[in-house]
Design a protein around this ligand. Structure first.
Ligand code: HEM
Length: 456
């Protein structure tokens, strides 16, 4: 696919100019059809036409930022906020008062409330649950059945987030219900985002009824979890307690709606992203058996014959590098959006107030200007001494700035542990019907992985 671009008008020394328009748009739909049909290839090629380019999506102009430096500037600048169609469609389903969609002082206060649960020194407290869940996978997968990796990956991801952040035995049963509700919602949400048919999604056909049931169940579950915790009178040191005890800027308890939306805003992105990455990791172990062998060798060396424990994770350097390289080539969050609150300038280009801006961690992290052998899977590129050549912001799967994922340490720990535990127990191969092609939804993941796990 080629994207011809219109060159920008000549730039005056100090005056920002209009970014070039990406070529290849079609009447009425503009670039929308390319973005919908081949999003990854389309976004990756935009870099050939400028650091900032204009896209036409139907009647709307959207600005795409394509260089690491400018995506960093965008993420770090207070002139750009979380808003735009991606967020609006999420808000309408998940609530307006959660940390992932709030801006300004509300967002700052909410970050202060949730941050302690994700601090580096809080993570070891989650070790026993992460260990239990990772080893439970080995137990379940030892039965020799073909694994439906999508279901398995989301289950482990939801269970770890829910059990770690909202402790309590009542969570075990509910984690299964949350898994099932979120699986239905994630599929439906992406469709609602890219094909915004508004009232048509209220027509009571089976797919809409199933989506609405899942959404209602998720909201009910969250209410039940909050009510149970209050009724128990217990205040374990976890995120749910932090939310229930949080005060607003006047020192008053935060409202019920905010507590509710916060729980959803934390559970939802956490489960979808980690679930997608577990799938991508299993695909890597399947398609790069040499890397699976290296992980096994590292585990044998560091751990010996006992089961892998959470405390081993920080010594499993190669395993962690496999996780990082998986995130580089298959970032769960493949597209991000922002909205300019005021007229501003980015890389010498004028961005009008109210403009919607997109950028793609997928395109940035595969840019040949940033990475030698950019498409090659090479975990050793993350060895000490070799990372200096990677430009700033060319690797930011958790983003940077005030919206950076609070869960970077938490997620790295759980993914490294899962990779070590399962690679140490099994070799994986595709089963008939497995389709590893990328699927762009709210996150990026393999389309449908069906694997056989052979004990090593
Ligand atoms: C935000 C990625 C896991 C909770 C983000 C953002 C990214 C991201 C890129 C920033 C979005 C933006 O800039 O617009 C990831 C990846 C994960 C992961 C790659 C797994 C490997 C998790 C988990 C949780 C979580 C496990 C919670 C249990 C959040 C929240 C935000 C966020 C609450 C919103 C932060 C804010 O707006 O202040 N994540 N995430 N994430 N993530 Fe994660």
């Amino acid at each position: 696919m080629t994207v011809e671009s219109v060159k920008p008008t000549t730039r005056e020394a100090s005056e920002p100019c209009e970014p070039p328009v990406a070529g290849g748009g079609v009447p009425l739909l503009g670039h929308g059809w390319r973005l919908a049909r081949q999003p990854l290839a389309f976004l990756a090629q935009l870099r050939d036409h400028g650091d900032v380019v204009r896209l036409r999506l139907g009647p709307k102009t959207v600005y795409a930022v394509t260089s690491p430096e400018l995506t960093g500037a965008l993420a770090l600048s207070p002139d750009y906020i979380i808003a735009g169609p991606l967020w609006e469609s999420l808000e309408s389903l998940l609530g307006k008062e959660g940390v992932a969609t709030a801006n300004g002082p509300l967002h700052r206060r909410q970050r202060r409330t949730i941050q302690p649960a994700f601090r580096l020194d809080a993570i070891p407290g989650y070790g026993p649950i992460m260990e239990e869940e990772a080893h439970a996978l080995v137990e379940r997968w030892s039965r020799g059945e073909v694994l439906d990796v999508t279901a398995e990956s989301f289950r482990v991801s939801v269970r770890i987030s829910a059990r770690c952040l909202m402790r309590g035995s009542y969570m075990d049963a509910r984690a299964e219900r949350i898994t099932s509700a979120l699986a239905t919602l994630f599929a439906g949400m992406y469709q609602r985002m890219v094909v915004p048919l508004g009232p048509l999604y209220r027509v009571p056909v089976p797919a809409n009824r199933e989506f609405n049931r899942a959404l209602a169940d998720l909201h009910l579950l969250v209410d039940e979890i909050v009510a149970d915790r209050r009724a128990s009178g217990q205040k374990p040191d976890d995120l749910l307690t932090a939310l229930l005890e949080a005060k607003d800027d006047n020192g008053d308890p935060i409202g019920e709606q905010e507590i509710h939306d916060q729980v959803i805003a934390i559970l939802t992105p956490g489960s979808e992203t980690v679930g997608s990455l577990v799938m991508s990791l299993l695909l890597v172990l399947t398609e790069h058996p040499d890397q699976a062998d290296k992980i096994r060798a590292e585990v044998r060396n560091v751990v010996g014959d006992r089961p892998v424990a959470f405390d081993d994770v920080r010594k499993l350097r190669h395993t962690a590098n496999v996780v990082v390289e998986t995130m580089r080539l298959r970032p769960a969050v493949w597209i991000l959006t922002r909205r300019a609150v005021t007229e501003t300038e980015l890389g010498g280009y004028r961005i009008p107030a109210g403009a919607d801006i997109v950028y793609s961690p997928y395109a940035i992290q595969r840019d040949p200007r940033s990475y030698e052998r950019n498409e090659e899977f090479d975990p050793d590129r993350w060895l000490p001494g070799r990372t200096e050549s990677v430009p700033k912001y060319a690797m930011a799967p958790f983003s940077v700035g005030n919206r950076k994922c609070p869960s970077d340490h938490f997620s790295m720990a759980e993914l490294t542990l899962i990779a070590a535990v399962v690679a140490n127990a099994f070799r994986f191969e595709h089963a008939p019907g497995s389709d590893p092609r990328p699927r762009n939804g709210i996150t990026l993941r393999p389309r449908r992985l069906l694997l056989r796990a052979r004990p090593v």
